[in-house]
Design a binder for this molecule. Structure first.
Ligand code: AP5
Length: 210
């Protein structure tokens, strides 16, 4: 299975990716996670990405495309993968087409998780991540247990101001990717409100139609 997850910032892509990965046993490739890991490690890529991420901008296409091309060549991606947060622009979508054609593989589906803008701010400000496990929590919707809570981190780009910019970028740069996949008959729309488990049931139903 080869999937793409598209959706607004804090729309629940990472939350659903964790469930999809367990259910379908495919590699989870999150460009946001890769940039954050590079930043933490202090690599040249991380340093270059930092400024864009801090302000809610997009990392330039040439850097991002190269990163994903290399990641798709790793052995764990050969039997299936899920791209989370890529492609985010039309040029990224076109570059992915070329990379997949070179490997003679096709996408299974592109899942669009739709969440209204009004819901996004509350999801962003309440998000906390466990640096030890990568598990995503929400202070209100998915609260951590008291023993885990002290070690959780609040992402630097999860302020209201940066979130506004990330959402604006989503509408301007990423939404134009949607018709690209709709025209290919690959797009599956999933309503992203409700509990994470309810959303996951919808994801399963588009991946395994009766
Ligand atoms: P990235 O990490 O991809 O950020 P994003 O797209 O903004 O997505 P998020 O990780 O914020 O949210 P999510 O949709 O995974 O939601 P989550 O499951 O955590 O990218 C970060 C940055 O890197 C970008 O801004 C950009 O600078 C750069 N970048 C990355 N990819 C790039 C690319 N391709 N090109 C250029 N630049 C790139 O959920 C959010 C919260 O809501 C959590 O607290 C969760 O518990 C809660 N929640 C989830 N589902 C539900 C639910 N159903 N009900 C209630 N709460 C829920």
């Amino acid at each position: 299975m080869r999937l793409i997850l598209i959706g607004p910032p804090a729309g629940g892509k990472g939350t659903q990716a964790a469930r999809i990965k367990v259910e379908y046993r495919i590699a989870h490739i999150s460009t946001g996670e890769m940039f954050r890991a590079a930043l933490k490690a202090g690599t040249p890529l991380g340093k270059e990405a930092e400024g864009y991420m801090k302000t809610g901008g997009l990392v330039p296409d040439n850097l991002t495309i190269r990163l994903v091309q290399e990641r798709l060549r790793q052995p764990d991606a050969h039997d299936g993968f899920m791209l989370d947060g890529f492609p985010r622009t039309r040029p990224q979508a076109e570059a992915l087409e070329v990379a997949l054609a070179e490997q003679s593989v096709c996408l299974t589906a592109v899942i669009l998780i739709h969440v209204p803008d009004a819901v996004i701010t509350e999801r962003i400000t309440g998000r906390r991540t466990d640096p030890a496990t990568g598990r995503i929590y929400h202070l209100k919707f998915d609260p951590p247990s008291p023993d885990v809570a002290p070690r959780l981190i609040h992402r630097a780009d999860d302020s209201v101001e940066v979130a506004r910019e990330r959402l604006a970028k989503y509408h301007a740069e990423t939404e134009p990717v949607i018709p690209f996949y709709e025209e290919k008959g690959l797009l599956r729309r999933v309503e992203g409100t409700g509990t994470p488990d309810e959303v996951f049931q919808r994801v399963r139903s588009v991946l395994e139609p009766e």
